[in-house]
Design a protein around this ligand. Sequence first.
Ligand code: GTP
Ligand code: SPV
Ligand code: MN
Length: 589
Amino acid sequence: MYSNKAVQQWVEEMMELTKPDNVIWIDGSEEEKDRLTKEALSIGEIEELNQDKLPGCYLHRTNPNDVARVEHLTYICTDKEEDAGPTNNWMNSDEAYAKLSELFDGSMKGRTMYVIPFSMGTVGSEFSKIGIEVTDSIYVVLNMRIMTRIGKRVMDALGDSADFTKGLHARADVNPDRRFICHFPQDNTIWSIGSGYGGNVLLGKKCFALRIASNMGKNEGWLAEHMLILGIESPQGEVSYVAAAFPSACGKTNLAMMLPPNEYKDYKVWCVGDDIAWMRIGEDGRLWAVNPEAGFFGVAPGTSRKSNPNALATVQSNTIFTNVVRTPEGTVWWEGMGVDPPAAGIDWRGNEWTPESGEKGAHPNSRFTAPASQCPCISQEWENPKGVPISAILFGGRRAKVAPLVYQSFDWENGVFIGSIMASETTAANIGQVGVVRRDPMAMLPFCGYNMSDYFAHWLEMGKKIPNPPKIFNVNWFRLTDEGKFAWPGYGDNFRVIKWIVDRCNDEVDARQTEIGYVPNSTDINIDGINSEKGYEDFNIESLEDLLSIDMNVWAKEISDIGEHYKMFEKLPSELSIQYEGLKKRFGM
Ligand code: GTP
Ligand code: SPV
Ligand code: MN
């Protein structure tokens, strides 16, 4: 037990509520990890994988009804509905506590409660935040151990302070009818019940580092964002840092670890983070970003030696795989791994499976949890408590037609406007068919823990306070040809676009001013040797020009859709209405 009185008292309250048989205070030691791993193996919570081929790796299967975040069961709980805003589910705090207390009551009877002290950000940094998660899942403990910094050193950093985020998690009966992910920003508290899956239960991640932290950021003058952070090192050894917000499963992990194409082999890409960025104004007047996490909780399907060799290298040891295929030799497989499937295996549901069955072997949202330190391209700066200075912020999503490959905003305010109208389409299942558009401002729709209008206002306010702000861009790797194929090869070839972006930040390249922003001159994006392996052998300057084009008819519809989207925000900052009117005017509307 730790001596911090506030922690003790709160854990006692949670014990009275959930009534566990035992309590284990997590110290973060290797000995403890081994003990908990054995325990998890013995109760079937995890399975050992082939320790010769995948040392330190284990497999976990969630309940088939529990395989992803549940946005419809995720709530922001405050006194006033207005504080949650139009984009969040809301419950009155008192009602939420009452309702969930009934569900939590006795939920840990016959089980063990684990108390996990964790730090988001390096332990002891003035910018880090401490949380305590109590949970009845060893899977959560083992994952939190990878995704965050945990244990005694965190309690030492906390001292006798009561300034910590309180996270309560119980699996209960894993019933979607009794599943709730509730956030209480007024009390710095998170209650999650009825799930055992990633983002719902690893409370340091989306619940704390985005929903709760976005509230803290608003109050304290910083930003908590759903962004990767990467560094590009030039042949001269200069490193420029970029942060990018794309919605879930739209390419953050891939971009964060990308390998530059052969034409740029004198350049290096360094990964600082793949999912979350906390950004503050530095003493030098620039915006500085830290990755508050310590691991990657990445999408497995589609991860191959070709698409993301760095991710594949990262997950060869000390990794927990969730909902992938187990092969007969005790290794793992997933769709899009780039290697032949096993003749037979065990699928994500735990059933015997063959590739001929027509069923997916791995769940499309199956994941790996791996230590960031194992990534071959991890940045030397990734644990620098001050973070890294950001030159460019990128917004992007899947747009079949609308958004060009890349464009630059006119200025910060216009950049915030571009972020606020961000949208992403579900991928077209049929050739040529356009997906359903969902507006996802700054990729934060599911993660902004307060009123989105206030969030926009906070971004605008930050812009006024940053003497030397990053330039803001929009990218779209997902434009489709008329045949329904991705028009841009993407992945490592995205470096060509990032290079243009960095050159823009250094005033080294010109651009063409358009209605929506600055677009590259087609000769300024190098397409020499563009990936011809993936069927882009015919890619030429006209293909690039197509990708950079702005279709007036498509944008006329987009502009009316933006109008609809904006109607939701009763308190929309006037700066954004002015931006919207300006866009309409430039299109002659
Ligand atoms: P979360 O972990 O859910 O936040 O996802 P993410 O944003 O990190 O996405 P990730 O990098 O895991 O990529 C998700 C999917 O997009 C995978 O199936 C990738 O293969 C695919 N993808 C990533 N980058 C590209 C790209 O440049 N082009 C195309 N066409 N697909 C891509
Ligand atoms: C996402 O969905 O954006 C993720 C995975 O990064 S989860 O942690 O489940 O939110
Ligand atoms: Mn994510």
